[in-house]
Design a protein around this ligand. Structure first.
Ligand SMILES: [Zn+2]
Ligand SMILES: [Zn+2]
Length: 195
């Protein structure tokens, strides 16, 4: 079930229709698209009739989940941002793409200026493809379990967030080995002083 398909009848006689829906990636991903690192998205906002168009203003909050780039442990990241979408019933005409005429609600002009008009057909306003498009773009390119993730040891592959590996103690050994060598010289030095 697509919870982001809003029947226009819900807007009848109202100034706006407000909702908040939590949608799993499975319900959002178009058929045939590979699974993304999106876990779910919370869509909240208001759809308002605007002359012959519909304005959606809301917030998308996407929860992404995939292995940390550094330590490979499962990690999560939430990306949240606001969107303003203008919808019009009909089929997109390339020649008028991007041209928006404002007949009312001048205060909104600044927000939606430059936004392309999104077209829809039928008696439902389906936000799902638009939410999906935004989430694909919002997918974080860098993904860390935490900003100070120590990652894996390049030598032994141990997760350094869990503690130091034996490669690190190996360095200590060579340092103490050097110290041990130095300890061999005081004897020689003291002998030369005695002479
Ligand atoms: Zn990590
Ligand atoms: Zn190591």
């Amino acid at each position: 079930m697509n919870k982001l398909r809003i029947p226009l009848s819900a807007l009848a006689g109202r100034e706006g229709f407000s909702f908040e829906e939590r949608v799993p990636e499975d319900d959002l991903r178009p058929k045939g698209s590979p699974r993304s690192s999106l876990n779910e998205v919370v869509v909240s906002g208001t759809i308002s009739p605007m002359s012959s168009k519909y304005l959606f203003r809301g917030t998308l909050s996407g929860l992404f989940e995939r292995p940390c780039d550094r330590c490979l442990e499962p990690a999560q990241k939430t990306v949240e941002f606001e969107v303003t979408w203008l919808f019009e019933s009909g089929v997109e005409n390339q020649s008028i793409e991007g041209v928006v005429e404002y007949t009312e609600e001048d205060a909104l002009e600044e927000d939606v200026e430059g936004n392309r008009v999104r077209f829809f057909e039928g008696s439902d306003l389906d936000l799902a493809p638009h939410v999906w498009e935004e989430m694909v773009l919002a997918d974080p390119s860098k993904f860390y379990c935490s900003e100070d993730c120590k990652g894996l040891c390049p030598n032994c592959g141990m997760n350094l967030n869990l503690g130091a590996c034996s490669c690190a103690s190996g360095q200590e050994t060579s340092e103490s080995g050097l110290a041990a060598l130095k300890e061999m010289f005081p004897d020689l030095r003291s002998e030369s002083l005695e002479e």
